[in-house]
Structure formats: structure tokens, C-alpha cells
Ligand binder design. Structure first.
Ligand code: SAM
Length: 225
């Protein structure tokens, strides 16, 4: 299957393992992952965030195929992961699939405090290209995509992730999708993935309500099924 499908499947497996009720996808683009996750029976709240409003809206379904017993709320927000917004509080799982390599340096600097410090979900999954795999792409010179601001080796991603985890009391484990061909195993996965798990439970509603912040995201879609 294509690499994007493998990344979405990886998230579905994480959902199957941890059974989060509330999931937010940051940099959700055309919401492919969100529309897949709405069929996961454990999920009650889904949110998407993207800095590009038009890409989010191009794929909104006008009907819902599988009505069910549970209620499901889906909200799409227009905004940047460089800014805190109260609509992103109280999530169990936050996913960032192929997002961080699109962030400018000032945005990337703010990202850990927004996602791990403010949103502080129990689980965060971050995926990004593994640049060590790039020589296996015949046409890739430096970066896989012109909009990428950087692509990291495993050592670069892991040192950033370990420092972030240490700072915000998370543990992190590394894996990936897209196996290298036989004989080239040393380059690692095509997509590298960090799975972060918060070490201590949030001191519940108190901690969340302490985080009074003004809303800066714009809601572009909301549906309750
Ligand atoms: N996560 C999707 C996937 O895996 O199919 C899309 C990944 S796409 C390569 C990166 C997305 O991040 C784009 O839709 C882009 O608009 C969004 N993005 C870039 N900078 C952002 C920011 N500062 N805040 C939120 N989204 C951002």
C-alpha cells in the first residue's frame, strides 16, 4: 500500500491499542485520516486543524453513512500549531502526520510548548521523513518536497524528540513505516515515527481550566452525529 495509507493505518492501530475517546489531527489537510477514524467505535470527538482552510474543506462529506449508538462530534479548525487555542484542550490522542517538516523555524520552536505543554494529551504521534532513506529515491536531490523546510536523519529527529519528551514529562519510542529494500536495512524506515506517552496523569480539570487562553482558531466545520 502507498506510504500515506501505511501512516494512516499506523494511527488506526494506535487508536485500537489505546482506545482514545478524543482525537485531534494537526495539519489534517484534506481530512483523509479523520474520515477514516470516525469509524473507530471508541472515538467520540474528532478535531482537525490546518493552516490552509481550503484544503480542509475540499473533502467534507454531506452525509454520514453509519449512524450509530454513540454520539460523534467532528470539528475542523483553521489555525496554526504555533498558537494555543482552548479548542485543543482535553484530547487523549494528538496526531501530527508529516507536519513538522512544513514548519518554519519560529513555528517549530513554539510547537513543543503548544502540543506537549498546552494541549498535553496522553499520547502524541509525530511522523516525518527519514532523510537517510532519500538516496533510495532516484530523483530526490536534497528534499522530498519543495515545501519541506527540513528533513531529518534518525539521529536528528530522535534528539529533538527526546529533548521534547524530557522537557514535558513524556516517554517516547521510535518506529516507522515503509521498509527499506533487502540489503539496505541500515537506512531505516522511509517515514520515521515517534510515539510519545505522557508519564503522569493530568491533574484533571483543574490543570485544564488553569489554561485560560483566548480563542484564535476559526471553526470552519462542525457536525454532531
Ligand atoms: N497530515 C496530512 C497527511 O498525512 O496526509 C497532511 C500532511 S501535509 C504534507 C502538511 C499539512 O500541514 C498541510 O495541509 C499544511 O497546510 C499543514 N500545515 C503547515 N503548516 C501548518 C501550521 N503551522 N499549522 C497547521 N497546519 C500546518
Amino acid at each position: 500500500p502507498p506510504l500515506s495509507k501505511q501512516r494512516y493505518q499506523f494511527i488506526k492501530d494506535v487508536v485500537g491499542k489505546y482506545k482514545p475517546k478524543k482525537v485531534a489531527d494537526l495539519g489534517c489537510a484534506d481530512c483523509t485520516l479523520l474520515w477514516m477514524l470516525k469509524f473507530c467505535p471508541c472515538i467520540e470527538v474528532l478535531a482537525g486543524l490546518d493552516i490552509c482552510a481550503s484544503v480542509m474543506q475540499q473533502n467534507i462529506p454531506s452525509y454520514y453513512l453509519q449512524p450509530s449508538e454513540r454520539s460523534l462530534t467532528i470539528t475542523l479548525h483553521h489555525g496554526s500549531v504555533a498558537y494555543k487555542d482552548p479548542s485543543m484542550l482535553d484530547f487523549d490522542l494528538v496526531t501530527c502526520i508529516e507536519l513538522i517538516e512544513h514548519l518554519e523555524e519560529p513555528e517549530l520552536k513554539k510547537f513543543p510548548e503548544v502540543v506537549f505543554g498546552f494541549m498535553a494529551p496522553s499520547i502524541v504521534v509525530i511522523s516525518t521523513p527519514n532523510s537517510e532513506f532519500n538516496p533510495l529515491f532516484p530523483r530526490v536531490k536534497l528534499l522530498r518536497h519543495p515545501d519541506h523546510k527540513f528533513e531529518w536523519t534518525r539521529a536528528q529527529f530522535q534528539s529533538w524528540a527526546l529533548e521534547t519528551a524530557r522537557c514535558y514529562d513524556y516517554s517516547v519510542e521510535f518506529t516507522g513505516v515503509g521498509h527499506p529494500p533487502t540489503g539496505m536495512e541500515n537506512v531505516g524506515f522511509c517515514t520515521q515515527i515517534g510515539v510519545f506517552v505522557r508519564k503522569y496523569p493530568q491533574t484533571s480539570e483543574f490543570a485544564q481550566s488553569e489554561k485560560s487562553t483566548e480563542a484564535v482558531y476559526k471553526t470552519v466545520f462542525k457536525a454532531v452525529y
